[in-house]
Design a protein around this ligand. Structure first.
Ligand code: AMP
Length: 542
């Protein structure tokens, strides 16, 4: 027998409508690209987002069309987060740190109709425009006074909004309608698109809100240092307006001193981001001899949070929540929330629990699978590949049959490519990575891509690219190469790689060896190499 309850679709625009009415005294504080601070209440954000939706319609954008953003965290990006899906289109956030090749691929693969870009990215897009679809409409996110001289035939964001009134009713979309698109690096080949639905996005916001009650409450100020172009800013852009928390947006200013000043000035309670950012803030806290005013919680994820970092913040009275997730999971999977009895444990035990990647949110199922496909016990000792399942997990990749076919196992679980153990209390510990990727400062570098490019150079006979621990970036790539000639030309090899890769994706070092270690099946053993070079001194690392 079915229940007899109404079926109202879960829609992203309803979060905004709710915040406009219930949390009108909260909103977005932005450190802007143009300079200076900007404040926007949720009520005004609602009106501006409706104007934006009408402007998109006027530009010919229809339901299901992709609208790209190349933008920092700020209020205009928030309007795009709501206005675009609200009218039925898909908000496609692009990571500006990708290489030119990856970005050109993504824009063409998504077949974006309009691209909204911050002033910062105008020169980059001018260089790339010839590789983008010819009919792409560019909108620069600024006002007339700040419009740059540009070779792009670009519209002005504020003029676009000013031409519309805010009389608009959000259409009644099905909750399965696509609302967001975010590409993530694959181990091989091109980036793959996670295509979120209104339903998954609203559920994810509810889940984050339930799990993070200290920061997700009316009047709290929350700082997403995690970019809105990277996996929905970990759900904050949706969870905060829902809960009535205000968002403090850093714009392009992500160094330790800027983050400190912003947090201090706005009395931010909770700040979310990757370890590299919190390392910068640690240096600033040590320099100034205090934490920013009001700072009570830091959420660290994207890469493993070192125990020393967790101890540092906890010693300063800032509660640390270590989080794990993936773009494919909307992205949050686990959060380091301790029960009261765990909080009462001795500091050493608490640190051990907080150093793990935390426990699953309601709605996310976890399993670990051993080498021969057998499910492993959650005993804290057995390890295996981590698989996940839930309404906020992808079921495949946008317009990519091959990657979609490989994404799920026979029982419909998504393979994360992370190796892990799970304790009886549900604490997840990521022990290694099965996928051949390097994560530097929260951004991916595909080792296989770099290897393929390096192999195309005549001085290299064979090679492997591995992650070597780095104090600031977490990991950096090192190219271990068997030379094809007696005196390989390292500068020429690096110049060759630089033609295809973004600067930060280039190996920090090239090491020449006579041969590479192999596994039993004859593949290069990255594990052996990673162990061998775990203490390798990287040039410039301190
Ligand atoms: P992304 O899709 O770019 O957000 O990357 C997701 C991947 O980042 C995961 O599959 C992990 O490999 C890694 N990752 C994310 N959070 C953590 C964490 N707290 N500890 C270790 N690895 C992490």
């Amino acid at each position: 027998m079915d229940g007899m309850m109404m079926h109202r679709p879960l829609r992203v625009a309803d979060i905004l409508t709710f915040a406009e009415e219930i949390h009108a005294d909260q909103g977005i504080v932005s450190s802007t690209v143009e300079g200076g601070m900007h404040r926007l209440g949720y009520a005004d954000m609602g009106a501006r987002s409706r104007k934006l939706a009408k402007a998109l319609l006027a530009l010919g954008v229809g339901i299901g069309d992709r609208v790209a953003t190349l933008a920092w965290n700020g209020y205009r990006h928030m309007e795009l987060y709501y206005g675009t899906p609200g009218m039925g289109a898909v908000c496609h956030t692009i990571n500006p740190r990708l290489s030119a090749e990856q970005m050109a691929y993504i824009v063409n693969h998504a077949d974006d109709k309009v691209m909204f870009l911050d002033l910062t990215f105008v020169p980059m897009v001018e260089r790339l425009a010839s590789q983008f679809p010819g009919n792409l409409i560019y909108v620069i996110q600024t006002d007339r006074a700040h419009m740059p001289d540009t070779t792009l035939r670009a519209l002005c964001y504020e003029e676009l909004l000013a031409a519309q009134d805010d009389g608009y009713d959000w259409p009644d979309l099905s909750e399965e309608t696509a609302c967001g698109l975010c590409y993530t690096s694959g181990t091989t080949g091109h980036p793959k698109g996670a295509l979120y639905s209104h339903r998954s996005m609203v559920l994810h916001a509810l889940m984050v809100g339930v799990c993070m009650p200290y920061c997700m409450q009316p009047g709290r100020k929350v700082l997403p240092v995690v970019p809105m172009f990277h996996a929905n800013a970990w759900g904050l852009a949706h969870a905060a307006p829902m809960a009535g928390a205000s968002l403090v947006m850093p714009g392009p200013h992500l160094d330790g001193a800027s983050v400190f000043d912003l947090m201090d000035g706005e009395e931010v309670f909770s700040a979310w981001g990757v370890p590299t950012v919190w390392l910068g803030l640690m240096a600033e806290i040590e320099k100034r001899g205090r934490v920013p005013a009001g700072f009570g919680e830091v959420v660290i994820g994207g890469s493993a949070a070192p125990a020393s970092m967790i101890r540092f913040y906890e010693d300063q009275g800032v509660s640390v929540c270590h989080a794990w997730g993936m773009t494919e999971m909307s992205p949050v999977g686990t959060l380091g929330i301790l029960s009261p009895s765990m909080q009462a444990q001795p500091a050493r035990d608490r640190l051990r629990l907080k150093s793990s990647q935390g426990r699953r949110m309601f709605g996310v199922d976890l399993k670990i699978v051993g080498e021969h496909g057998t499910r492993q016990p959650h005993d804290g000792a057995a390890t295996g590949e981590l698989f996940v399942r839930g309404s906020t997990v992808v079921s495949g990749y946008y317009a990519n049959e091959e990657a979609s076919a490989a994404a799920l196992d026979d029982d419909g679980w998504f393979g994360t490519g992370d190796m892990a153990s799970i304790s009886p209390e549900g604490f997840l510990t990521i022990t290694d990575r099965a996928k051949d990727l390097i994560k530097s400062g929260g951004e991916w570098i595909s080792s296989i891509d770099v290897e393929n490019m390096a192999m195309a150079h005549p001085d290299i006979a064979n090679c492997a690219v591995i992650a070597v621990p780095h104090p600031k970036w977490g990991e950096r790539p090192v190219l271990v190469a068997v030379p094809a000639v007696e005196a390989p030309n390292t500068d020429a090899i690096m110049a060759h790689l630089a033609e295809h890769l973004a600067k930060w994706q280039l190996p920090d070092d090239v090491v020449y060896v006579d041969e590479l270690p192999l596994t039993a099946t004859g593949k290069v053993s990255k594990l052996t190499l990673r162990r061998q070079y775990a203490d390798h001194e990287l040039p410039g690392a301190v």
